[in-house]
Design a binder for this molecule. Structure first.
Ligand code: PRX
Length: 664
């Protein structure tokens, strides 16, 4: 297990409790802890009846399901299997003929501040028209489509349009490199890519289409028959004859009506690649019925969504948060939401607060990294402090993606929530599809730094290495004991890896989250202590250490060996530190700096800028046991600048520790 970060340690002494106000409780959908307990009791008593009731109440089924859970082939659980529905119909068509029809679905704010809005009815027309365009380009039900797009209304339209025709989308974050894109296209066997010529971020025009071209040109992407290019900016881009078409040309002449393809509840709605313990990212496959149920339900439970709310989740559609809480959840729940193209620091670090004021945002959902960087900015410059904007429209705040340190929580609570908005610290993962452990705003007393309690129906627990429950107060492995509808179905094309990664035999068939956690002795509240595998969390972005190591050693002319570890970082949560052995002698001084830069750029090309190591140390070799195993525990200590107090007698080459530490 990796050691907890310093920010986590400070939570150990956390004893502040924030009760929801009587007014919040009274207005809430799940009103008070008694209501929460009652739902948990219902779920405990008969889980299948509980989920069946919710699935019937919250989704529109073309063909109702008769079997709730099929557990005959564990851990390949199937939910609502014989039911049929369409995800896009459940987000759009369901609202037609209701007051939501003419409600604004998306308020889009571009990087430069320009605002465009679209109603539910208009969005349905756009999605249908683009769905017809996809069909006209030969995309069929069951095909995979890679989406490599900026945050735009069209990004959401592209995802919904795939869902509408029963194609499985795989969104790749716009910050990933050509190589990363190529690997995902290949693994998914995608037939089409939907992209934009450029994306605008922080006033800069960044290429997307050129990266798509580069990725496809790397080879092995023969499955791609068409590339649809949104003209996001005026700058021209390369278009390949016969393969590429602009968004405008693709939709020209297409009808704005397209009957939704009804698919089985288990039909893969999407595959989203995320990092694991090996060098190769895994395609997390989600279902249609179970995923959508949880996307809608958590909007109603965790965010206690009201018809008049203005919801803003700042996540990019390239991540799971942007899937569940931008592309699907808000629409399935009939919310009006803000979609933002830009970055929180452009043109100034008060942009988020300014946008909350401008659009009268009532629910604001962001990541601890963003909060920490905005705290730093506000402390350095009064002019970008949230106090300069009117934030009275806010009623609820959320946090996602990493542990939020109590200091950041308190700042968020005071300076953004004005001590009146509950903060929901939502713990979940790409694999869980939606929130699994989180406070409910009108019920749960809040403790800074704690994601508090599991949602009803989520049987989360902390166990030891044999799968036995540990008492409150003792740390252990976070598991979910029973299946739930929005859980990962498999790893695309690799069912064996799915079983091995998430359902190891020693854990009694429980779902292994990959995080360490501890429950408080008094309330039984969960606190996540960080990943227990080789996965890092940098600025809320999940990165595999092996993935970065593979990228480094792929620089075969220079690198002999590499080991990557995480180090706690005040701003980004964790920072990437790489220990590298070169094929030539160990560089020092300016030369070491130049080679480190070269390697950083290389990793940026291999994976994407988010994977660039913050710190690269060179050594003559790496600390290894006599059997050749790299001792990462020691490397983590060195990366943190800690003295080595552990027994190093099993090391093949103890002297290397001093060399790597010297480099500090
Ligand atoms: O380590 C946990 C951390 O993020 C991991 C999941 O990353 P990803 O699949 O990219 O999904 C991020 C968005 C849901 C988890 O294994 N994590 C996520 N939320 C929290 C968290 N750690 C602590 N507190 C959270 N609220």
């Amino acid at each position: 297990m990796s050691s907890p970060s310093s920010s986590i340690e400070s939570v150990l002494v956390e004893n502040r409790v924030f009760e929801p106000s009587a007014a919040t409780v009274a207005a809430a959908r799940i009103s008070g802890m008694k209501a929460y307990d009652a739902l948990c009791a219902e779920a405990d008593k008969d889980p299948e009846a509980f989920w069946a009731r919710l699935a019937r109440e919250h989704l529109v089924w073309q063909k109702p399901f008769t079997q709730t859970l099929d557990a005959s082939d564990k851990p390949f659980y199937k939910w609502f299997q014989d039911g049929q529905l369409n995800a896009s119909a459940n987000c759009l068509d369901r609202h037609m003929g209701t007051p939501v029809e003419n409600k604004t679905a998306i308020v889009f704010e571009a990087d430069d501040g320009a605002v465009t809005t679209v109603t539910y009815k208009e969005l349905l027309a756009k999605v249908s028209q683009f769905a017809n365009a996809l069909k006209a380009r030969g995309v069929k039900q069951g095909d995979r489509v890679v989406i490599y797009m900026p945050m735009t209304i069209e990004g959401v339209v592209a995802m919904q349009a795939c869902a509408r025709i029963g194609a499985t989308h795989s969104v790749v974050f716009g910050g990933f490199s050509a190589k990363a894109l190529q690997e995902r296209i290949q693994d998914a066997g995608a037939v089409a890519v939907i992209t934009a010529n450029y994306q605008m971020r922080g006033g800069k025009e960044l290429p997307l289409k050129a990266i798509v071209d580069e990725g496809i040109a790397m080879g092995g992407c023969e499955s791609i028959k068409t590339v649809i290019v949104l003209q996001r900016t005026a700058t021209a881009c390369n278009m390949v004859d016969g393969r590429d078409i602009t968004w405008t040309d693709a939709i020209a002449g297409q009808s704005t009506e397209c009957p939704p393809a009804m698919v089985g509840a288990e039909h893969p709605l999407f595959v989203l690649y995320t990092s694991g313990s090996t060098g190769k990212p895994k395609g997390v496959q989600h279902s249609t019925g179970g995923f959508l149920l949880w996307a809608r339900l958590t909007m109603l439970w965790t965010f206690d969504l009201k018809p008049e709310d203005l919801f803003w989740c700042t996540a990019d559609i390239g991540w799971i948060t942007g899937h569940t809480y931008v592309a699907y959840g808000p629409l399935a729940a009939g919310a009006t939401q803000v979609v933002f193209e830009g970055v929180p620091t452009f043109p100034h670090a008060g942009r988020f607060w300014q946008m909350i004021e401008k659009h009268k945002v009532s629910i604001f959902y962001t990541a601890p990294t963003a909060i920490r960087s905005l705290i730093k900015a506000a402390e350095g410059d009064e002019k970008v402090h949230p106090k300069n904007w009117n934030l009275d429209s806010l009623r609820l705040l959320g946090s996602v993606g990493e542990p939020i340190n109590p200091e950041a929580w308190m700042w968020y609570h005071r300076n953004v929530g004005h001590e009146r908005c509950p903060i929901v610290d939502t713990f979940w993962q790409t694999e869980t599809g939606g929130h699994v452990i989180t406070p409910l705003p009108g019920a749960t007393p809040l403790v800074p730094g704690s994601c508090t309690l599991p949602l009803p129906g989520i049987d989360a627990a902390i166990v030891d290495e044999a799968g036995n429950d540990v008492p409150n107060g003792a740390g252990g492995i976070l598991v979910i004991k029973k299946p739930w509808p929005s859980m990962i179905r498999t790893i695309w094309g690799d069912p064996e890896r799915f079983k091995k990664s998430y359902f190891p035999p020693e854990l009694k068939g429980y779902y292994l989250a990959g995080d360490g956690a501890v429950r408080s002795a008094d309330r039984g509240y969960f606190r996540i202590t960080g990943r227990i595998d080789d996965v890092l969390n940098v600025s809320g972005h999940r990165m595999g250490t092996m993935e970065i190591e593979s990228a480094l050693v792929a620089k075969t002319d220079l690198v002999a060996e590499a080991a990557v570890v995480g180090r706690p970082d005040d701003l980004t949560g964790e920072a990437i530190v790489a220990f590298v052995v070169l094929k030539r002698s160990r560089p020092t001084g300016e030369e070491a700096k130049a080679i480190a830069k070269q390697l950083r750029d290389w990793v940026g090309k291999e994976i994407g800028p988010i994977a660039k190591p913050k710190d690269i140390r060179f050594g003559d070799n790496l600390p290894k046991t006599r059997s050749g195993k790299i001792m990462r525990r020691l490397l983590r200590a060195i990366a943190k600048g800690e003295a080595i107090t552990q027994d190093v007698s099993t090391l093949e080459n103890p002297a290397i520790l001093d060399q790597l530490a010297e480099n500090n």
